[in-house]
Structure formats: C-alpha cells, structure tokens
Design a protein. Structure first.
Length: 212
C-alpha cells in the first residue's frame, strides 16, 4: 500500500483459526499489516478471545439483534468503515451478505471458501465432495461480489482425496492449506500486487487467467 502499513478488519463467526494465522504472519513480519478490529456476529467465540489476547479491538455484533439481513449489514458496514480499512477479510464469517455491502466493499473484501470454486458454494462442502466422489478437493480465495461465493477467483490450492478420507479429515487438510494461503494472498494486496479492476483480477500488473 505504497509503503504504508495496511489496515485490516477481519470478520468472523467462530474459532478464528484463519485469524490466528494472519496474526502470526504479522508478528513474523511476512505480512506487513495491522489488524484494527475483529468483528463477530456470534458472541463468546474463540476468535474474539484470540483478538483480545493480542490487543486487537474485538466487537460482537449479534445478527439476531436485527430484524432483517439488510439492517444488520448496514450496521456491520458502518462499524467496519469506522476503522478505515484498506482490506476487509472474511475469515469463517457464516452469513450471506446483501448486495449493498458487497458493492460497497467491492475490490477491497476477500473471502476464503473450503472448496474448489465454482464447485460447492455454500455450506457442507467436505461432505458434498465425498458424496460426489470427487478425486480432488481444496480451497479458494476470491474477491467478494453480490454472488454467493462467486466473486473473481484470486487463488486456489488443491489436493488428492484419499480412499479413507472423511469429512473431518478433509476439513483438517483444507484448514492447513488455508492457514498458509490466506496470509500470502493478503500480503499480495497489502504490497499493491493484487487488484480487482471491474471483474478482472490483476497480480503484479498481469491478468490472472487461471488459479494456482
């Protein structure tokens, strides 16, 4: 970000294991950024405690306090913007965003999803992969747009499914990939290497035609 430390706001719903990997990468110096806030739509989750343990503002915004999705997203957007983020990171945020907030943060909001998108948007990806008898599985990082898990892809990593894999073992394998992959992709954005122009992803000034 032109030599300055990027401000990150991370939005979660649960344990925050990807949040922890981002914190660790910042502490190691491999990610030049600062997490200015962690927001959860669920109270008392481990991810909030992770933020508190590292001196990061931890905000609980229960979605049940709002009468509809739009009013919740309006408040979420307001809180996020109050921290002036360069990048908003969805890290296990288990809510479908309204088109309005997706448009507002277009080009500066990333999501990680536990499947090889466009396969298996939504929930229960590991079980769905097994039921489809797929040979490969993995994880995807994409810019957030109005389409659920359908924004322009930035990166993917994959692995072969073994005969004895279960939904739990696939979860663990995907999570291991995510913890390495998400901080790396975030660093591309923070170092001005990653941009979204209209619907096209550019990395190091070149169009991203495929995913790795």
């Amino acid at each position: 970000m032109s030599g300055k430390i990027a401000n990150l706001v991370i939005v979660i719903s649960g344990s925050g294991s990807n949040l922890q990997s981002i914190i660790d990468s910042i502490k190691s110096g491999s990610l030049k950024a600062k997490i200015t806030a962690v927001i959860s739509n669920k109270p008392n989750v481990k991810g909030l405690q992770r933020a508190i343990d590292h001196g990061i503002p931890a905000i609980t915004l229960p979605h049940g306090d709002y009468h509809d999705r739009q009013s919740f997203d309006q408040k979420l957007q307001e809180i996020i913007e109050s921290y002036h983020p360069d990048l908003v990171i969805l890290a296990g945020f288990m809510r479908i965003l309204t088109p309005e907030i997706a448009k507002h943060f277009r080009g500066r909001m990333l999501n990680i999803h536990p499947s090889l998108l466009p396969k298996y948007p939504g929930l229960h990806t590991h079980q769905r992969v097994l039921e489809a008898e797929d040979k490969e599985h993995g994880t995807s990082i994409h810019f957030v747009t109005e389409e659920l898990d359908g924004g322009p892809l930035v990166a993917q990593q994959r692995f072969s499914i073994e005969d004895d894999d279960t939904a739990d073992s696939l979860f663990e394998k995907v999570q291991k990939l995510e913890h390495k992959m998400y901080p790396e992709v975030i660093s591309w954005f923070c170092d001005d290497r990653l941009k979204l122009v209209q619907d096209t992803v550019f990395i190091d000034g070149e169009i991203k035609h495929g995913v790795k």
